[in-house]
Design a binder for this molecule. Sequence first.
Ligand code: TEU
Ligand code: CA
Length: 600
Amino acid sequence: MKTVFVSIIIFLIMSCKFNDKEDRFTIHSDKIMEDKAFPKKAWWKEAVVYQIYPRSFKDSNGDGIGDIQGIISKLDYLDRLGVDVVWLSPHFDSPNADNGYDIRDYRKVMEEFGTMADFDQMLAGLKQRGIKLIIDLVVNHSSDEHEWFKQSMSSKDNPYRDYYIWKSGKDGKEPNNWPSFFGGSAWEQAGPDGEYYLHYFAKKQPDLNWENPKLREEVYDLMRFWLDKGVDGFRMDVIALISKQQGFKDMDSIGLQHPEFTYAYGPRLHEFLKEMNQKVLSNYDVMTVGEAFGGTPEMTMELTDERNEEIDLAFWFDVARIGRDNWYQNDWSLTEFKKLVKEQCDVNYYNWPTIFLTNHDNPRTVSKFGDDSPEFREPSAKLLAMLLLTQRGTPFLYQGDEIGMTNFPFASFDQFDDVEIKGNYAKVLASGISPETYLEELNQSGRDHARTPMQWSDEDQAGFTSGDTSWLAINPNYTRINVKDNLEDPNSIFHFYRKLLDIRQDNEGLIYGDYQDIAPEHPNIFAYTRTGAKATYLVILNMSSSQDALELNSSYTDYQLVIANQAVENKLLNNTSLKLGPWEGRLYQKNNTYHENIKN
Ligand code: TEU
Ligand code: CA
């Protein structure tokens, strides 16, 4: 009897364990346990983040380079838009080999951007307006001009030697065949001893050696330095790359096509992040979002599984980079896109997704996902706003999206500034690709599209700078596409974003509600529901430049229109056959609790 009893208990314990494991990689909607019906609340789940690329946001002193005083002059603008958090791309002292993603001094503000006093003023100004600030933590690598690297390079016996990764060459060549993302080998010979240092990115971005506990303590210290100032967290640059495969074995030809699969998710990644969390992050109420490319969804989810106590959020690149193979942009279909969105939404209960369509490394949202022709730019930009702000996950909006800024028409290579494009040029051409083809692809995929200056007005230099040039050319369409016009026109993309932001903030169901794609096979229309405790929302988006129709099942009648990007005659959805114009998008809500008080 006793053994039977014990066996039952063991069986029960085992099955709980099994369920627990199951739960990690199945969807969050494990409704069996009541307390898991909806996600646990957190401010960073409810927040909408706005990314500022400081170099291109607003110049205050006429040198053609955006700066912190420029940002300060636009705080009311951000407040008006209604975002909750700003993610500031690197603002630290840097020789700008990669626009600040190569840091020379982690405790100093880039001279071109201003001073620490400017930074403090900006932080205070944001706080006054109830906006939080997260900064970019770039600690996979530093600049080669960082004092640590100068010391490290100076001799094999220098105490800073092991802050970086040095190896001796093989047969008079690099230690292995690893490539840099920015062209050429990932190894560079330097210093008096003839050794090579590792750099996954540019030569001027040597990788830090996370195996060294002293280096890790330095990183934790600099994190505390900024957190103690009152910043609200970090976006962590290529964080999945910090732990290196210690074997340093050659890659095979497949590996060479996608080095990120070798570089990301090294053996000690989780250990390092847990340590960082325990020693630093757990002592502050902050949000962290890691740039996590190079892994499977399961690998990424391990980083953000709250039970693991590592980081809160991760950027998966599958949606934003759909159809991309390095710099090459293949065709993609909406059904594929929907599958990827669903995959991200369906993380388990212990994870929370992000949603973003671009950032400073990608083409403009409306050019990639919408239709940037004069006819459809506005409706498609608004539709994409609806998509971004009605998803399950923390949305990240990139500067300029809110006015529908488009890709730049690059006509020659000398118009690019990007270290990635310059670095890869020789390799791409050597592989037999013509410069015309490369240019054509870069016109879809290049990173500089997102980096052209913000278009504030139709004045000279788009109101970005009072000088006569800017560091990167301004898109010639600034006379048509700019903030000033957007602010004046109540039907502009800006005001549409603003209303949607209000709606999201006022409707918890749009934040925490369940996600369901109700027409996964439709080739042009993206239709889904978000089911919250109080209401169900129905989002219908025609993501094409032609008319299309959608048959809804009868359970979707009696929904009330909340907002649409085009005039809709009947505010009550009482017809199961819907016809939608090109790029037409509608957001409905189940009747009883529909949103009546959209602020204007
Ligand atoms: O980006 C890393 C990254 O994943 C890519 O965007 C990368 O630039 C390229 O596509 C690889 O082919 C981060 C930053 O966002 C980017 O701006 C930096 O250049 C890079 O890290 C190095 O810090
Ligand atoms: Ca400036």
